[in-house]
Design a protein around this ligand. Structure first.
Ligand code: HEC
Length: 236
């Protein structure tokens, strides 16, 4: 009798404890959201940060723009720093333009003694130009340009570089299809220091077949999207 009484008491106590724990878990889940720790981010709030334009055109905006409109905008908002027709740029030191030259001049090349980097010689994908201007320019008021203005400025700069005709109206369908002159000038340098056998003598150059021979691709898959490096520029 005594034993079973104790047993009943213990069982009851455990049950009580269990019920209480369940209750408090339930209460806790009801209370989520009542601590004023913040609020759910809405899609609209996120959209002002989520502005990456991908090389294949993913995330490009609705809109359109042409050369003439772009020229008008350029002459108002860009010329002061990048010069007439994008061929200026301000050089603060003798080796590089501190403010980029945007448009290729005749004879500009990446393989000359002083490589000339600009949209015509260097840039790999046309949508990236749209994305770059959207994020950063004009320098003093980034993110101030509308989608139509961005298409127009992109059209202006691509046409001035001789990549598209001055008649072409750019939009999100045709911009990714533009082939940039330097699209094949990059290689995937997927060497990972920790996995590669260091080469100390007669080492292959980046554009030689043997260059990547020590790399086990399965270790670097996650890096593939970030592994583009310029092929043509001589090392300094
Ligand atoms: C106040 C000066 C200033 C103005 C105005 C300005 N930019 Fe720039 N721009 C710069 C500077 C500085 C850089 C280089 C930034 C860097 O390398 O980090 C640059 C870089 C660029 C580049 C990248 C070039 C490259 O090959 O790396 C593009 C494209 C560009 N600007 C477009 C524009 C456009 C289009 C406008 C007008 C809407 C504009 N900029 C207005 C200062 C300016």
């Amino acid at each position: 009798m005594y034993v079973s009484n104790r047993l009943v008491k213990t069982t009851l106590a455990s049950l009580c404890f269990l019920t209480l724990s369940l209750q408090s878990a339930e209460q806790a889940s009801e209370q989520i959201g009542q601590y004023n720790l913040g609020e759910k981010v809405t899609k609209k709030q996120l959209s002002s940060w989520d502005i990456s334009i991908f090389p294949d055109g993913k995330n490009l905006l609705e809109g359109k723009g042409d050369y003439q409109t772009g020229k008008g905008l350029y002459d108002m908002q860009c010329i002061a720093c990048h010069g007439a027709n994008g061929k200026g740029g301000v050089k603060l030191d003798p080796y590089r333009g501190a403010i980029a030259t945007l448009v290729k001049s005749e004879g500009d090349s990446l393989t000359s003694a002083t490589p000339k980097k600009n949209i015509g010689t260097y840039w790999q994908y046309a949508p990236s130009l749209f994305g770059y201007i959207r994020r950063t320019m004009p320098y003093q008021s980034p993110k101030s340009l509308t989608a139509d203005e961005l298409y127009a400025l992109t059209a202006y700069l691509l046409a001035e570089n001789g990549i598209i005709s001055k008649e072409m109206v750019l939009n999100k369908e045709n911009l990714p299809k533009i082939k940039m002159p330097n699209v094949d000038g990059f290689i995937c340098d997927n060497k990972v220091d920790t996995k590669s056998v260091p080469c100390m003598k007669d080492c292959p150059l980046p554009n030689e077949k043997a260059y990547n021979k020590d790399v086990r691709i399965d270790h670097v898959d996650h890096l593939k999207s970030d592994c583009l490096v310029q092929l043509n520029i001589p090392f300094e």
